[in-house]
Design a protein around this ligand. Structure first.
Ligand code: ADP
Ligand code: ZN
Length: 733
């Protein structure tokens, strides 16, 4: 192991340089480094990371470092084009082959492959297993094979696709080439099955943490569902979100009502035509539509990193589904909200649907459903409940990002008395009725059926008349979930269990929730990721992004992600080197969009008299850095020159780059090596002038220094002197 270290180190810096240059990222996300190293070393691997964990980069970044072309197998044909567009927007040559291409287009790509021009090729699985295709690829140099959504190969997974089975020939077809599987599905059984099906050779298993700390989970008992849905959407005005409904009919109705209220919403379900579905998805991706209302049919083929909320208007059918669907929120790592609205009726609806399905899986489907119901009705931390379900745990006692830990839900003070009242009513009505009927008796409903049955004469009738039917129904659900009541039979009648009898004798205590008070609506846990961001400017930049995306016919995130826009609206850079410090801007994107975004920032800041070039000490909500800031490859080359004391102008000639770019490199060098002496680059008398001002203004911003010097000294010199000055302060402290 030890002998490998130096090599690993150089692999790591190579990868970091690629990350920085092409993507503008300066650190790995958890497990990305390990996963990328497997690819670099041609060691087979199975990588499990939650949605938004950054799986794509695990194979994309090393593919750009390796000789030859990486092959990516993906079942998501609709996603291939977007992924390839995203790679190209980062300056990486990539292409895809699937059934949507014309013969001409295919030929063109074949030429590119033969000429060795591609770094990444996306292929649909059924294409890849074609013998001629394999022969053809063998003639090209395949550097690695990545299999996305790899759980599709396993019959144990939730999305088994038989055509994936053929991929087992890959190891034979490409001897010596590493095969790497990626999935968000957590179960160990699926993981092992993937390795076996693909015939991987002692693969490295990398399993990430399943918690998504940037998601805030809230579970609401249904009480005017549509109103509850609207409330969430309003809270996120102008942001992208998904509303999941159980049935197509509900999707249509909800969309109609939202549109009527003026929301920009579109439906998505299997009942729509392919064209209509594609159009609606497109509109959502390019942000002409804010809300997509969908059945579970929506999501597998979607890659949008800035979904700010996911609402489930009904209970999903399993925690796996819930984790997948809610996981589509906040993939960019910024805060996002997941709201689940449920009622006991959802359970009944699902059971009815499942009865019409495959009988051999009915029992396991119902077990998954019960686990989901348990999650909804329970009063423990949502983050913990989810990760525990997947066999992991949370360290902190309170997550700080769910309705339970944020104290948004109240427990009823005297749950035992309420429980007794409910159970008594169930016994008095001879355990022959469902939850709804019992709830109505308890609140004293005048409904004809109750009067006809004479149940308005019961001593328990109206015992909970100060509560709403929905509240009481919710309590009944919670009592079922906690095992005091049992729901059974064709009519879902409710009966009292042995522990229910104990409750009647006050030997045990139930826990009952009170619906949240209106005002208890704290902000998302990590709202500091808006800190320092000028929202107006952010909105302007967002619109500019939308315009460019529409012109280029690519999803908005292919231009820039939300993290990048917020960073721009926070730092408000005035020049290219400053712009390059923004997360998510690599060299290619700087060239393509740098100028137009800088111009937009400039005009907005002038109009609103905003300060520019804000020094951001700690950029919030960034992934944990595993290493000091990495430097781009060309920046590394520049280092040597500066180390030898080369002047800025000479370095510009030597590197044949723009002056502003080289000035950025110099600044990297100064910071990286903690240089304290600016004399090789700035004249002594100028240094003195700048330092005098610095002593007064401090380092916060460059603009006041520039102004105090009457605009006579350029920003580059100021920045150089400021960096060295700051390094000296660091030494002193
Ligand atoms: P997954 O496929 O695991 O759901 P993605 O690969 O789509 O996740 O990545 C989610 C988002 O995170 C994307 O916007 C991606 O560009 C971003 N991302 C990935 N790795 C990093 C990183 N190291 N630093 C910053 N952002 C990253
Ligand atoms: Zn919690």
């Amino acid at each position: 192991m030890e002998t490998e270290e130096p090599e690993n180190l150089s692999i790591e810096s190579q990868l970091l340089a690629a990350l920085e240059t092409s993507w503008g990222y300066d650190a790995f996300r958890p497990l990305q480094r390990e996963a990328m190293e497997c690819v670099m070393q041609h060691r087979d691997s199975v990588v499990v990371l939650p949605t938004g964990g950054g799986k794509s980069l695990c194979f994309q970044a090393p593919a750009t470092c390796l000789d030859g072309m990486g092959v990516v197998v993906s079942p998501l044909i609709s996603l291939m084009k977007d992924q390839v567009d995203a790679l190209r927007s980062c300056g990486i040559s990539a292409a895809y082959i699937n059934s949507t291409l014309s013969a001409d287009e295919r030929r063109e790509i074949a030429d590119q492959i033969q000429a060795g021009e591609l770094k990444l090729l996306y292929v649909a699985p059924e294409r890849l297993v074609d013998a001629r295709m394999i022969e053809f690829l063998k003639s090209a140099k395949v550097s690695m094979v990545a299999i996305d959504e790899a759980h599709c190969i396993s019959a144990w997974g939730h999305d088994f696709r038989p055509e994936f089975r053929q991929l087992r020939f890959l190891k034979e077809a490409f001897p010596g080439v590493g095969v790497h599987a990626y999935t968000a599905t957590a179960s160990q059984q699926v993981r092992e099955d993937i390795a076996q099906q693909l015939q991987l050779e002692s693969p490295q298993m990398l399993v990430g943490g399943f918690d998504r700390p940037n998601l805030v989970y809230r579970v609401l008992a249904a009480n005017n569902r549509f109103g509850q849905v609207c409330e969430v959407i309003q809270r996120h005005a102008g942001e992208s979100g998904i509303v999941y409904c159980i049935s197509r009919k509900e999707v249509d109705r909800t969309t109609e009502n939202l549109v009527r209220l003026g929301f920009k919403a579109a439906p998505y379900h299997a009942g729509l035509s392919d064209t209509q579905r594609a159009q609606n998805q497109e509109a959502f991706l390019s942000e002409q539509v804010d809300v997509i209302v969908a059945t579970v049919a929506f999501g597998m083929g979607i890659d949008k990193s800035n979904v700010r909320y996911v609402v489930h208007a009904g209970m999903p059918k399993s925690l796996e589904h819930y984790q997948q669907e809610s996981g589509r929120a906040g993939r960019d790592g910024l805060e996002a909200e997941c709201v689940l609205i449920y009622s006991g009726g959802d359970l009944v609806t699902w059971k009815r649907i499942m009865r019409g399905g495959d009988p051999s899986v009915f029992d396991s489907a119902v077990a998954s459903l019960e686990a989901m119901n348990h999650f909804c009705a329970s009063v423990s931390c949502r983050h913990r409940s989810i990760v525990r379900y997947f066999g992991q745990d949370l360290e902190a006692e309170k997550c700080g990002a769910c309705d339970v830990c944020l104290d948004e839900i109240d427990l009823v003070d005297d749950a035992t008395t309420i429980g007794q009242k409910i159970l008594s009513n169930v016994l008095r009505t001879e355990e022959r009725f469902g939850a709804d009927y019992n709830a109505k008796c308890l609140v004293g409903s005048q409904e004809q059926r109750i009067v006809q049955m004479g149940h308005d004469k019961l001593s328990t009738y109206g015992l909970l008349s100060s509560e709403t039917v929905n509240t009481v129904r919710g309590w009944i659900e919670q009592l079922v979930e906690q095992g005091f009541l049992l729901r059974s039979g064709e009519y879902n009648t409710i009966s009292v269990t042995p522990s229910g009898r104990q409750l009647l004798r006050r030997e045990v205590e139930p826990r009952l929730l009170r619906p949240a008070k209106k005002e208890a609506q704290p902000k998302a846990a990590s709202s500091e990721s808006w800190e320092g961001v000028d929202r107006g400017l952010f909105e302007h930049l967002r619109q500019l992004r939308g315009k460019i995306a529409a012109e280029k016919k690519v999803p908005a995130y292919v231009v820039f992600g939300d993290v990048t826009l917020r960073d721009m609206a926070r730092i408000r850079p005035s020049d290219v080197p400053r712009l390059m410090t923004v997360s998510g801007i690599g060299e290619k994107k700087q060239q393509d969009f740098g100028e137009i975004f800088l111009a937009e920032i400039a005009s907005y800041c002038d109009q609103h008299e905003l300060d520019r070039d804000i020094a951001v000490v700690d950029r919030p909500a960034k992934p944990v850095a595993t290493k000091p800031k990495a430097l781009a490859a060309s920046s590394l080359a520049a280092m040597d020159l500066f180390r030898n004391g080369m002047s800025l102008d000479d370095a510009v000639v030597e590197l044949n780059r723009a002056r502003s770019t080289v000035a950025g490199y110099l600044n990297d060098y100064l910071k990286h090596e903690r240089v304290t002496d600016p004399t090789p680059w700035v004249a002594t008398e100028v240094i003195e002038q700048i330092e005098n001002v610095l002593a007064e203004t401090g380092l916060e911003r460059l603009r006041p220094i520039f102004d105090a010097l009457d605009g006579k000294i350029d920003y580059e010199s100021i920045r150089i002197v400021a960096s060295c000055w700051s390094n000296r302060q660091g030494e002193a402290g």
